[in-house]
Each structure stands twice: as C-alpha cells, then as structure tokens.
Design a binder for this molecule. Structure first.
Ligand SMILES: NC(=O)c1ccc[n+]([C@@H]2O[C@H](COP(=O)([O-])OP(=O)(O)OC[C@H]3O[C@@H](n4cnc5c(N)ncnc54)[C@H](O)[C@@H]3O)[C@@H](O)[C@H]2O)c1
Ligand SMILES: [Zn+2]
Length: 366
C-alpha cells in the first residue's frame, strides 16, 4: 500500500503543515514515511518507555536502521513528565549527538509524547519531532496538535510549549496490546469528538461498540482517522488554543480534571472525561441547551464503553478544584456545553448555584 493511502488528515499550518498517517503496519515503514514527509533528516533518537520498548522498540529500531537510531527510555506514565526526567532525556539526545536536522521519534502513550515533544522543542532551540502514539488516547488526541508539557509539583502540564510535530504516524495495529482499561479510556475521548463535532463518528460508535471493544482493526482505523480529521480542523482554526475554537475539545475536561486530581490519578484521564462529559451535559440540559434524549444517548454509550458517568466525589470537593482549573477564570467555572450530538458547543460561565442545581440530584457520593 502506498503511504499516501495512510494519510487520514493533513494539519494545515502553512510551512509547518504535516500529515497524520493512520493504519496498521506503519511502524515498520517509519523510515519510508520520514524520508517521504521530512526532508534532510540526518539521524534520529527513539524516545519510549520500558513497557512500550519491550513490545515495539525492536521493530522501531529495525525500521529506522538507516537513520542511525539511538534509543532513550523515559520513566513510565506521568513520571516521564518531570523536570528531572526531561534533563536526563536531553542528556540522552546530546549523548547521541543529534544535530539540528535530527529528529526525535516519540514512541509511546501521551506521557512519552508530551515529554519527548517538550525536549525536542527546547533542544538546540527546537528540532523536529515525529509522534508515533501507541495508546488510543495518543492517537486520537495527544499525538496531534503540538501541545507539549511536563508537570510541576503545583500543577499538571504547567511547563510546556507549542511544538508541532513534522509527522504523526498512528499504527493502529499497536493498539492490539493495549490493556482494555486504556482502550476504554481512549474511547471516552473518541466519544467526545463525536459529541462536539462528528455525528457520524458518534453513530458509528453506537453501532459498532462490540467490534471496537474486541479490537477490530478496521473499526479502530476508522475511528482514529475520523478523530484525526476533527483534531486537524480545530488546530488549523485555533493552533494555540487562544481563539476559543479549540476550547470545544475541552468538553468534559473541567469536571474531568477535578475528578482526576481528586482520585490522585487513579482514575484514568479518559475515565474522568467521561464523567465530566455527562456532568457538563446535565448542566447543558438544565439550562435548556441540550435535549434530554441527547444526554441519555451519551450516558448509554459511555456505559456500553465500560465507563462510569457519575461524579464519585461530593460537589463540595469537586467545585473548588474546578475553580482552580487553569482554564477557568479567577473564581468562575467555565464549562464547554454541548447543544446536541455533533453540534456546536458553547462556552459558558456557570455559577456555583447553577452547577449545584444541575448536579446536586446526582450527588450520591458518601
Ligand atoms: N499534548 C496533548 O495535547 C495531550 C492531550 C491529552 C492528554 N495528554 C497527556 O497524555 C498523558 C496520558 O497519555 P496516555 O493516556 O496515553 O497514558 P500513558 O502515556 O501513561 O500510557 C498508558 C499506559 O499504556 C502503556 N502503553 C502504551 N502503549 C501501549 C501499547 N501499544 N500496548 C500496551 N501498553 C501500552 C504505557 O506503557 C502506560 O503504562 C497525560 O500526561 C496527559 O496530560 C496530552
Ligand atoms: Zn483529554
């Protein structure tokens, strides 16, 4: 199959435009993809985590043999996203001797993508990065769009940069080894795209739930491709998330972030987003913006995807954290509210009273 046939989307950003390739078998064709889409590469370093390395590191090294590949292992999960880990990673890149025309290949979940992307953005004032996301969340969300970040003890993703990749290669065959919980967590973000921008994707999820959960390759390729198209459109319209357009992608994230934090990150990001989506939809419904049927459709789909939808904490615990969310102004609670499935969202500042009115009846946590 020719590489162009894998191209699910193009992120249009002038000279920084890049393709998003989606399909099974891309990992072993990474050298071909790099030489086709990124001119003049002099070398590369694969940045990955131990568990992903054990599964796919060998294939990636073999595929990139012609590009003098180095490899650097970052810690697993959020532990990759610290200053200390970033300093070590930069040491690895320097040690491999990458010059300004070298590329960082981020092979792993969103945490690897965020830390490798951040290191690439500051090494020699910025070198190119290829995102090869290996989780569903990475393929539909974090791998595309150029947001990179590490955490600070006082907050997640507080230190980072915008650094667009030069290529995103989503090998959907790699999702076969993903633990079911990670798959379901990623599917929450897929459902989010459906609600905020893609009614056909949403319907496809409803019809194909069983096939998707069983890891059907063709269905996974289809959903990752559609999400890539949506995300590419948002990035073109609002690259730096300051024009209000990309805000739609934060649907479910205000309550979601609070839930994630309260759980000490034992609740996965997508699991928290599912809870946040239903909370925001309950608010939207109570304000007359969303039909009851569209709220119920989301609750039903998320349940079928193996996700919980009720806020597992008291509102007294959740609300203060929502006010602290870095996307909220001083003490107001800014929510992205849906108006239908696949319809426009609206950003609205909700008062605490409105929030309690909409969610109070569901606040059955101890
Ligand atoms: N930059 C962005 O725009 C953006 C967007 C959303 C989320 N994020 C960030 O992404 C991170 C979460 O990413 P995540 O959900 O991918 O989690 P993760 O990177 O922690 O990966 C989850 C787990 O899956 C394992 N894994 C990865 N690929 C696998 C595979 N193919 N088979 C088996 N196991 C595999 C990993 O080793 C890890 O243990 C967070 O830090 C979040 O802040 C960034
Ligand atoms: Zn998210």
């Amino acid at each position: 199959m020719c590489l162009e046939a894998y191209k699910a989307a193009q992120v249009h950003l002038g000279v920084r435009s890049y393709p998003v390739l989606v399909g099974g078998g891309l990992l072993i064709r990474l050298d071909e993809a790099i030489s086709e889409y990124i001119p003049g590469v002099t070398g590369c370093i694969i940045v990955t985590s131990q568990s992903v390395d054990a599964l796919y590191g060998g294939q990636a090294m073999a595929a990139l043999e012609g590009l003098n590949p180095g490899k650097f292992i970052v810690p697993e999960g959020e532990d990759a996203k610290t200053w200390g880990a970033t300093e070590k990673l930069l040491g690895g890149i320097i040690g491999h001797g990458l010059d300004r025309r070298g590329v960082v290949v981020a092979l792993g979940g969103g945490s690897v993508g965020d830390s490798a992307g951040f290191a690439a953005s500051i090494y020699m004032r910025g070198i190119r990065v290829v995102q090869v996301p290996t989780t569903l969340l990475g393929q539909v969300d974090s791998g595309i769009g150029g947001k990179t970040a590490v955490n600070h003890p006082s907050g997640k993703n507080l230190i980072g940069s915008f650094h667009q990749p030069s290529l995103v290669a989503c090998d959907t065959a790699l999702l076969a080894t993903l633990p079911r919980r990670e798959l379901c967590s990623g599917l929450a973000e897929v459902a989010k795209y459906g609600v905020v921008s893609d009614a056909i994707l949403y319907k496809g999820l409803e019809v194909e739930v069983e096939g998707i959960l069983s890891g059907d390759a063709e269905r996974l390729r289809w959903i990752v491709g559609r999400c890539a198209v949506s995300k590419a459109r948002y990035i073109k319209a609002d690259e730096r998330d300051d024009g209000g357009v990309r805000a739609a992608l934060n649907y479910g994230h205000t309550v979601g972030h609070a839930v994630e934090t309260l759980s000490g990150h034992t609740i996965r990001h997508g699991e928290a987003v599912a809870i946040g989506m239903v909370a925001a939809s309950r608010v939207a419904h109570s304000l007359g913006l969303l039909k009851q049927a569209d709220l119920v459709r989301q609750i039903n789909l998320l349940h079928r995807l193996g996700l919980s939808v009720d806020v597992p904490y008291r509102l007294d615990e959740v609300i203060p954290l929502m006010k602290r969310d870095k996307k909220a102004e001083a003490s107001s609670i800014r929510l992205v509210l849906p108006t239908g499935i696949g319809s426009e969202t609206v950003v609205r500042v909700a008062s605490e009273t409105e929030l309690r009115g909409a969610l109070g009846g569901y606040d059955d946590a101890p």
